[in-house]
Design a protein around this ligand. Structure first.
Ligand SMILES: *[C@@H]1O[C@H](CO)[C@@H](O)[C@H](O)[C@H]1NC(C)=O
Ligand SMILES: *[C@@H]1O[C@H](CO)[C@@H](O)[C@H](O)[C@H]1NC(C)=O
Ligand SMILES: *[C@@H]1O[C@H](CO)[C@@H](O)[C@H](O)[C@H]1NC(C)=O
Ligand SMILES: *[C@@H]1O[C@H](CO)[C@@H](O)[C@H](O)[C@H]1NC(C)=O
Ligand SMILES: *[C@@H]1O[C@H](CO)[C@@H](O)[C@H](O)[C@H]1NC(C)=O
Ligand SMILES: *[C@@H]1O[C@H](CO)[C@@H](O)[C@H](O)[C@H]1NC(C)=O
Ligand SMILES: *[C@@H]1O[C@H](CO)[C@@H](O)[C@H](O)[C@H]1NC(C)=O
Ligand SMILES: *[C@@H]1O[C@H](CO)[C@@H](O)[C@H](O)[C@H]1NC(C)=O
Ligand SMILES: *[C@@H]1O[C@H](CO)[C@@H](O)[C@H](O)[C@H]1NC(C)=O
Ligand SMILES: *[C@@H]1O[C@H](CO)[C@@H](O)[C@H](O)[C@H]1NC(C)=O
Ligand SMILES: *[C@@H]1O[C@H](CO)[C@@H](O)[C@H](O)[C@H]1NC(C)=O
Ligand SMILES: *[C@@H]1O[C@H](CO)[C@@H](O)[C@H](O)[C@H]1NC(C)=O
Length: 517
């Protein structure tokens, strides 16, 4: 009896709040924002009073009329070419209230997400002083950051905002706390602006120490058989970057609180730096969970924006950098491979319209934030931007992938590995290539893999030594198959311009000789 009374009181109080919802924009629309430019149409929405009409106008160029339904109004603007500034006004009938957002630009909106290497701030990067001094010059690159939140239910709007839409300032980007702005996100936006020369809106929503399961909807998790996975309570305690580690790793809690609210916003694409947590959690499923999360985000953003965000929007990601110098068993090599759905490169047949920045060659043993957090984010962001230019913006002549092998052939005296582009390579004494010597074709055990030196480097191939192994048992080759294979920018094989490292790979060896190289 008592319980019933309490519940009905709570319900009516709740209903009262809803019907008198204060007239406003949702949390992530504000002064200084960048809305998605033409040909897409930007979606804006907010809260209002039941039954009211809301008129939205853009600097008096046109007006759109919409109605408040269930406490929410929503308007899809006409396509607007890149530029600005504009004022965006929403006026509500009944109360005669009006809100004007000022200094609005139209350009490309990118979402940045992931774990601590995405959250890593501009104040923490190498050459931070120079980066911070430059920041305020990029007045057309605008930033927004969601606060760290988790939820067991899908939220309509963000629970909290860490940085409302702002012009960049050293103050917002500086600082070592994660409440400051992301370095990878900022540098990606800044470099992109330098090539596009029109406004870029950066929406940063990431959370340190979190697995992909937390960022995935129940729909996506179900498709990979991960519905019931529960993180261990002692999982990753040593990697917390001063944030609360309570439940942020639970299935879907960050999808619910930090991604779902954005679905109705029109975006160009997303970038992602995550995977470290999954090196020790559901690692063997990451080749399913990561591509599935991308598919699911694409579907959900497309639907949420009423078709304005592309159903296959470009998605860029950073292949994991390094963590433990002397440990090949920490799962990083497997996650790197699974990040590509086991293809080794992106885009690929499973992960269309994606691009990958390889980061295995920028280790940072002395990082003050722990070696899992390398301070060189400039190279990472630069490589992401090359990928975005090629994949998202269709620039035909931008090379964004390092050399990838087309075949490995066992010859009389060597094993030759041929690449699909010319290479810049140096011989070595046996640190990087391993050959599987086993009649067991899966070659699962590390002790079957024998290190071999690079003997000779050609225009688009390398020759490695044959190991001490019966020819019949030589089955596969792998490259950079350890957490921390190279010193800084010193992997043995790069693109001919020396900029893009060959990513780690594993490849079956064919036996046909003699063969010309
Ligand atoms: C926007 O509104 C502000 C003040 O309300 C005004 O000063 C400014 O000129 C307006 N800008 C545009 C582009 O309409
Ligand atoms: C809204 O404006 C109309 C017309 O100016 C006026 O008649 C009405 O009383 C106003 N309503 C409120 C709530 O101020
Ligand atoms: C940092 O600055 C130095 C000196 O200008 C430069 O040589 C180096 O390449 C910069 N590093 C990065 C990662 O930008
Ligand atoms: C996280 O999962 C644990 C175990 O299933 C559960 O007890 C807890 O309530 C969950 N927390 C959230 C925020 O979902
Ligand atoms: C992790 O969090 C705990 C409790 O908040 C804190 O005492 C500890 O210093 C943190 N560890 C690291 C490596 O940041
Ligand atoms: C972390 O969250 C838990 C559970 O919500 C709370 O009890 C604890 O006080 C929080 N700790 C910090 C440091 O915020
Ligand atoms: C994913 O990786 C696991 C473990 O390495 C492997 O058994 C499985 O076949 C892979 N699945 C796909 C779809 O590639
Ligand atoms: C966002 O989009 C979803 C999916 O179309 C829809 O269910 C939801 O009501 C929308 N939210 C707002 C605030 O418009
Ligand atoms: C790796 O091992 C070397 C030599 O044993 C040691 O000097 C170095 O500190 C180790 N590095 C890490 C990151 O553990
Ligand atoms: C690609 O082509 C465009 C136009 O032809 C040119 O402006 C640009 O410099 C080229 N970029 C590269 C990396 O070659
Ligand atoms: C190299 O091969 C990969 C995988 O087939 C492909 O994605 C990439 O575009 C190729 N690069 C060049 C330069 O041909
Ligand atoms: C290689 O194959 C032979 C049979 O061809 C087998 O007897 C031997 O154990 C294998 N060696 C290794 C190292 O796997």
């Amino acid at each position: 009896m008592l319980t019933t009374v309490t519940i009905s009181l709570v319900l009516s109080a709740f209903a009262g709040v809803l019907s008198e919802e204060k007239f406003r924009f949702s949390s992530y629309y504000g002064n200084h924002m960048v809305l998605q430019k033409a040909p897409a149409e930007a979606v804006v929405w907010g809260y209002g009073q039941k039954g009211a009409t809301v008129v939205v106008s853009l600097s008096e160029t046109y007006k759109i009329s919409t109605t408040v339904i269930n406490g929410i109004w929503r308007a899809t603007l006409k396509p607007v070419e890149a530029g600005g500034p504009y004022n965006l006004t929403a006026s509500q009938s009944i109360t005669n209230s009006s809100i004007t957002l000022t200094d609005i630009l139209f350009g490309d909106a990118w979402l940045c997400s992931g774990q601590s290497n995405m959250a890593f701030t501009v104040g923490q990067v190498i050459n931070a002083t120079e980066e911070l001094a430059l920041a305020s010059k990029y007045t057309d690159v605008r930033i927004f950051q969601a606060a760290l939140e988790q939820s067991e239910e899908e939220l309509t709007d963000l629970a909290r905002v860490a940085i409302p839409w702002s012009r960049p300032t050293a103050k917002l980007l500086d600082g070592k706390e994660l409440s400051h702005f992301s370095a990878v996100c900022w540098l990606f936006g800044r470099y992109l602006y330098e090539t596009l020369k029109y406004p870029i809106g950066l929406v940063h929503s990431s959370f340190g120490g979190t697995p992909v399961e937390a960022w995935s909807s129940p729909r996506a998790l179900k498709k990979c058989g991960l519905m019931d996975s529960v993180p261990h309570s002692d999982f990753f305690v040593q990697r917390n970057l001063s944030e609360n580690v309570s439940d942020k790793r639970n299935n879907s809690v960050l999808w619910n609180a930090m991604i779902h609210p954005f679905l109705n916003m029109t975006i160009t694409g997303a970038i992602w730096y995550q995977g470290e947590d999954n090196a020790i959690y559901n690692r063997d499923k990451y080749n399913c969970s990561f591509p599935m999360m991308i598919d699911d985000w694409r579907m959900a953003f497309h639907k949420g924006s009423g078709g304005q965000t592309a159903p296959d929007f470009p998605f860029g990601f950073v292949q994991l950098s390094t963590n433990h110098k002397n440990n090949s068993q920490d799962g990083f090599r497997e996650i790197r491979w699974h990040q590509t759905a086991d293809y080794g490169f992106a885009p690929n047949a499973r992960m269309k319209n994606t691009f990958m920045a390889v980061a295995i060659d920028v280790p940072d043993e002395k990082s003050p934030y722990g070696s899992i957090h390398p301070e060189d984010k400039q190279d990472v962001a630069y490589r992401l931007v090359l990928g975005a230019r090629a994949v998202a913006y269709g620039e035909k002549n931008v090379s964004f992938q390092g050399p990838f092998p087309t075949q490995a052939v066992l010859e009389q005296d060597f094993i030759s590995i041929v690449f699909n582009q010319s290479i810049n390579a140096i011989p070595d004494e046996g640190n990087f290539f391993e050959i599987c010597c086993s009649e067991d074709k899966t070659c699962e055990s590390d002790d079957k893999w024998l290190h071999v030196p690079i003997e000779k480097c050609g225009v688009d191939y390398v020759l490695v030594s044959k190991p001490q192994c019966p020819v019949a048992n030589i089955t596969a080759v792998r490259y950079l198959w350890t957490d921390w294979p190279c010193n800084f920018k010193a992997c043995p094989i790069y693109s001919s311009d020396g900029l893009l490292p060959a990513p780690p790979f594993i490849l079956a060896i064919t036996k046909q000789w003699p063969i010309k190289v």
